[in-house]
Design a protein around this ligand. Structure first.
Ligand code: BV8
Length: 244
């Protein structure tokens, strides 16, 4: 992977680096990306249709079982080279903000100290009515119910049509506006408001870099597009910018 000299210099001189990751960075951990065909039992379902309050209201058992399957995938997965490269990058730049659309918690497990989880975290469960997190629950019924009010429990993730956690999105937007280099890694750049963050960075004069084997709507606007896997590209970028 050839890293342009001026990109390496921009990273070396960056005061504040912001990174937005999508499911592509977890693909190398063996977790299917959000839009690629699902496997087995789930291949006939469209994630975009399942990750909605309407689907949960219509068939809470199906949606709960889908998240149980995904949670088990996540529990068996290990952070990828891309996750670990971002842990290293955080130590090499003065100010670093990691923003993720992923709900798999792998950045935290890799060792990233502060992760802005825009869409929640699949390993957390909450009451679907009270919104309170629930650590322990009986799985005698599917989905389990809240011991306090009897409502079905649900994963603590943001579904389509639901608003993002206000504080997290505010911090992410502020980082996009104040960073001088923005990396968009492993995302199809389709889902808003997350997908709007690199454009915020562009509007505020940051250098924007896309890391993705494929083109996305961001490609035409980004200053650089590294066409490859997150692990390979991030490692090449860091070792070129910060030769040990
Ligand atoms: C909102 C959590 C305000 C759940 C997710 C109509 C009604 C309501 C809302 C809307 C509407 N029309 C539009 C909207 C807004 C909507 C939206 O943006 N829709 C899109 C599809 C048009 N957004 C919302 O609803 C958001 N809320 O706007 O609230 C509101 C409220 C009411 C009414 C209006 C507005 C909430 C969005 C959050 C949804 N939840 N996840 C769960 O996971 O189950 S989003 C889900 O898709 C993922 O979490 C991820 O964040 C997101 C994007 O997926 P990606 O991560 O990009 O993954 P994808 O598979 O798409 O791409 C992977 C990429 O990786 C590919 O490009 C591939 O090439 C690349 N890749 C593959 N391998 C590698 C790699 N890259 C690097 N290395 C590799 N090895």
């Amino acid at each position: 992977m050839n890293i342009p000299d001026d990109l390496a210099e921009a990273l070396r001189n960056a005061r504040h680096v912001a990174v937005l990751t999508g499911s592509g960075i977890s693909a190398e951990s063996g977790i299917p990306t959000f839009r690629e065909a699902q496997t087995g039992l789930w291949e006939r379902y469209d994630p975009q249709q399942l990750a909605t309050p309407e689907a949960f209201d219509r068939d809470p058992e199906l949606v709960w079982n889908w998240y149980t399957w995904r949670r088990e995938l996540v529990e068996r997965a290990e952070p990828s080279a891309g996750h670990l490269a971002l842990v290293e990058l955080e130590t090499l730049v003065p100010d670093f903000t990691l923003i993720t659309q992923n709900v798999d918690g792998l950045h935290g497990r890799a060792g990233s100290s502060r992760v802005l989880e825009l869409h929640g975290n699949i390993t957390r469960t909450k009451c679907s009515v009270e919104g309170v997190l629930v650590e322990k629950y009986e799985e005698d019924v599917t989905p389990p119910v809240c011991a306090n009010c009897g409502a079905p429990l649900r994963p603590d993730v943001v579904w389509f049509g639901e608003v993002l956690p206000a504080g997290v999105m505010k911090d992410a937007a502020s980082a996009a506006r104040s960073c001088d280099l923005f990396l968009s890694v492993g995302t199809s750049s389709l889902v808003y408001p997350a997908a709007g963050l690199p454009y915020e960075a562009l509007m505020h004069g940051a250098t924007v870099v896309e890391v993705n084997p494929d083109e996305t709507p961001l490609s035409a606007e980004a200053h650089y597009s590294l066409r490859g896997k997150a692990g390979d590209c991030l490692l090449a970028l860091i070792t070129t910018a910060f030769p040990s």
